[in-house]
Ligand binder design. Structure first.
Ligand code: OXD
Ligand code: MN
Length: 626
């Protein structure tokens, strides 16, 4: 490992080679950026790792670290005949999801974090964290990961450096982001970067054996400092807490950057939709965690001749181009998808993506050395070992995989990846979808009456809670723009920012905004809409709205399709059911109004007047129709 430097503390004392000199010599092989060199040295002094490794993002490095993790029991290599170059991994049961109650936004002023974030004074928080990081990497290697969010050199891309003591994080980051020397070359000697420090929070004493999934069971902190663009994560190895390029940088820190610089960093998929004549549009979509973003981004349309291709499945960074249109890049390079429920039926493209070069966390493992999770096949294998290392059969009466079990897989392997997914200038967005998991009230699809009304629809998004974060499943909560856990500043200001973005170009260049709900149920609790590939029927209507070809019914909640405008050909769904899916539930909406007002009240003066106007207009419109 040519880029690893061993910190020989003993030798240092006797032979006069200073730790700083040795570090400097190794680090300078990579970068001369003084801020980076200084920061790494500081972190070495604080965390006192045994060795420092500068990541080059190479295949050799990945293979070496994966092999190391096989030796320590973190990874099990899957059967190469079934799933080549892939690894299976089980986390500690206390470390399976994002921890929203341990996630902090440490802006200088509490009101800049807002009522939906946990705020702490940045200096006090740094004091606490420095205490925890002191010696936290003892007995471990410190990895320095230079990564780019977005294609290297794209005017929309940004560079981050993650320091971590977890080889699992290194391997995952090299799938999920662009890692290596090219990033440091792009950073150059002068530029700044987002600093991210991560430790599993489990130093090893001399001779102390490691565990397969080191973490700190009791103490976890996922901390963002938006003004200084810094991240500090402690105690967890789980993706959303530990792969700092993803939620911490690409959403929490980037949303604050986007506010300051006039762009949008959003929890959105990006898809390319092509009609049978070969005309294409690009659509972005915000849905809360584990509500089917990956499935929608890779959808196989049931409508003949229609095609969906994937640009991204989780995050979109959007900036205005010179032509006044909003261009989006996917800042990630991989998919960190929810495994349970993923099957050839629900998402064949995802299943093909994960056939190789992938990491599986908290799934079950088969006798043949492959992975399995609920709904992967109609019938489970006769015998499995579950995610908690227990023998499992169909009669066990419990799930074999954790409901938030994940795959980590390269986006380039996706059979429906759009050829332009890495285009540095991004793709022009024509439509934005907002959507949640709601059994009642919200219709199948509804187009906003204006940009401001669309921002209002996004701001009142609500959804039943899923397993992607710790907490009670199924409870309905407002999750504006699916950003509740990810907005790095006051959400009232975030709404103002969205409104301001709408004024940055002419209305014909702005994306149209739609609210969709695939999850509406009948009185017996059965889904009214079949979902999955059939969602192409809704996408077709969106396409036709964008290209000016579909009719609408104007209602107080927005523009709904005339039932005949949704193409039901070849689908066994009665027009009656469709009518149910497309009616305005006036009473249901009126019952939402106090909840919306309550939700808005928490933002106080930070709530923009435009949204107050929209709720008043909505209420008046609904009452008029009674
Ligand atoms: C994710 C999430 O992992 O939203 O993408 O939790
Ligand atoms: Mn997500």
């Amino acid at each position: 490992m040519p880029y690893t430097s061993v910190i020989r503390r003993e030798v240092f004392r006797h032979d006069g080679i200073s730790l700083a000199d040795e570090q400097e010599a190794v680090a300078r092989r990579y970068t001369t950026n003084p801020r980076l060199l200084h920061w790494v040295h500081e972190m070495v002094d604080l965390c006192t790792p045994d060795t420092v490794h500068w990541c080059d993002g190479s295949k050799d490095e990945y293979d070496f670290l994966a092999g190391l993790m096989c030796e320590t029991g973190t990874f099990i290599r899957l059967n190469d005949g079934l799933r080549p170059n892939s690894y299976f991994c089980r986390s500690d049961p206390a470390d399976v999801a994002r921890v929203e109650d341990r996630t902090f936004i440490c802006s200088y002023k509490p009101e800049d974090a807002g009522p939906t974030n946990n705020w702490r004074n940045p200096a006090e928080m740094k004091g606490i964290l420095h205490g925890l990081y002191e010696g936290a990497m003892r007995g471990r290697t410190m990895y320095v990961i230079p990564y780019s969010m977005g294609p290297i050199g794209s005017p929309i891309a940004k560079i981050g450096i993650e320091i971590t003591d977890s080889p699992y994080v290194v391997c995952s980051m090299s799938i999920m982001t662009r890692v290596g020397k090219e990033v440091l070359a792009a950073l150059g000697p002068d530029s700044d970067f987002c600093r991210g420090l991560h430790s599993v929070g489990m130093p090893l004493e001399k001779e102390q054996p490691d565990v397969p999934w080191p973490c700190n069971e009791k103490t976890k902190y996922i901390v963002q400092f938006p003004e200084t663009r810094e991240i500090m994560s402690y105690g967890s190895g789980y993706g959303g807490n530990a792969l700092l390029g993803k939620k911490c940088f690409a959403l929490r820190i980037a949303s604050a950057m986007a506010r300051d610089e006039g762009w949008l960093a959003e929890h959105m998929l990006i898809l390319k939709l092509t009609d049978p004549k070969g005309e294409s549009i690009y659509v972005a979509g915000a849905f809360p965690s584990a509500c089917g973003k990956t499935n929608l981004a890779m959808l196989t349309p049931t409508l003949p001749g229609w095609k969906v291709e994937t640009v991204g499945d989780d995050i979109a960074w959007m900036k205005f181009g010179d032509d006044g249109r909003l261009y989006a890049i996917n800042p990630e390079a991989g998919f960190f998808g929810v495994a349970p429920g993923t099957s050839m039926k629900s998402n064949a493209s995802a299943m093909q993506t994960i056939t190789r070069n992938s990491i599986f966390t908290n799934c079950a493992i088969t006798g043949e050395g492959d992975v399995w999770w609920e709904e992967m096949s109609d019938k489970p294998p006769a015998y499995l070992v579950d995610w908690m290392r227990r023998p499992w059969t169909a009669d066990s009466g419990r799930k074999a995989a954790h409901p938030n079990a994940r795959f980590t897989t390269p986006a380039s392997q996706c059979p429906v990846i759009a050829p332009e997914w890495q285009d540095p200038k991004g793709v022009p967005i024509s439509a934005i979808l907002f959507g949640g998991r709601r059994a009642t009230v919200m219709p199948l699809v509804n187009e906003s009456l204006s940009w401001q009304h669309g921002v209002f629809l996004g701001s009142i998004m609500s959804s039943e809670k899923t397993a992607a974060a710790a907490g009670k499943i199924g409870v309905v909560r407002h999750d504006p723009m699916a950003m509740l856990p990810f907005c790095g500043y006051n959400m009232g200001d975030y709404f103002s920012h969205w409104l301001k973005v709408g004024g940055a170009t002419t209305s014909d260049k702005l994306p149209r905004i739609f609210y969709v709900n695939w999850f509406r149920k009948d009185a017996k609790g059965k889904f009214l809409w079949p979902g999955y590939g059939e969602n192409s029927r809704v996408l077709k209507w969106v396409f036709e709205r964008v290209t000016g070809r579909a009719d609408v019914v104007e209602t107080p909640i927005g523009r709904l399709p005339k039932p005949a405008a949704i193409d039901l050909s070849g689908l066994d769904l009665s027009r009656d059911t469709l009518k149910q899916l497309l009616t305005v539930d006036t009473q249901g909406w009126l019952a939402e109004i106090p909840l919306i007002k309550q939700h808005f009240a928490q933002f106080g003066d930070h709530l923009p007047q435009g949204l107050r106007d929209e709720v008043a207009k909505l209420e008046a419109g609904l009452r008029k129709g009674l």
